[in-house]
Design a protein around this ligand. Sequence first.
Ligand code: SAM
Length: 232
Amino acid sequence: MAEPPLLDEQLAYYRERAAEYDEWWERRGRYDRGAELNSSWWSEIAVVRAVFDELPLHGSVVELAAGTGYWTELLAARATRVTALDGSPEMIALNKARLHDMASLVDYRVVNLFEWQPDRRWDGMVFCFWISHVPRDRLGAFFHTCRKALQDGAPMFFLDGLRVEERADVDQPVSDQESEVLLRKLKDGRVFRIVKNFYEPEELVQLAKAANISLQVRRTDTYFLFGVGSAC
Ligand SMILES: C[S@@+](CC[C@H](N)C(=O)[O-])C[C@H]1O[C@@H](n2cnc3c(N)ncnc32)[C@H](O)[C@@H]1O
């Protein structure tokens, strides 16, 4: 049987991974690196959270690739209304379950972000652990789509991972360091191809600028890359 196109395989991977996804964020199971490294992980999340918590994410906010909802829950607590987009119905179901009553503040939509054309503008935008999954040749267009979805002056926040050695039972490079394709394993051993890019801050800043988004990008010590922007 022919392999599915890469971006379909990437989405299929996340659909299948939905139920085990939070183990990564919460450093459990295969992602438990021991007390010391886990503690660095949480301290770096605290650094990112301190910035995120200060952003003027009020009014209507759109979250791209919302996943199981760690960030959706935070947004629902401070925005008037959240639109949460994700290509995986499984992720959206977990997101709703996490939010309980607060899910009524969220408009959930199953959307393929590689086909998404915004039909309105929001007062803010957030995307966490998504930009690394956007292929390099689509990154410029991605920022243009983001800009079309934002009111003038609206804030944008993104978060992603820095390159850190993963364990062989989680992922393996496909060919060489330069490839943007990575093999990821689920707990049951099934392997999927995904896109994984570790973009340089300057590259992101320039492409955002070309789309009329002013962006500042920072790193934490080991784990995270994050950006704060605004639509010009
Ligand atoms: C790495 S997870 C990030 C989830 C969440 N933002 C977080 O920080 O925990 C990537 C998310 O992108 C979604 N996704 C993958 N391909 C997609 C696509 N083509 N369109 C929309 N969402 C997609 C997955 O379902 C998954 O929820």
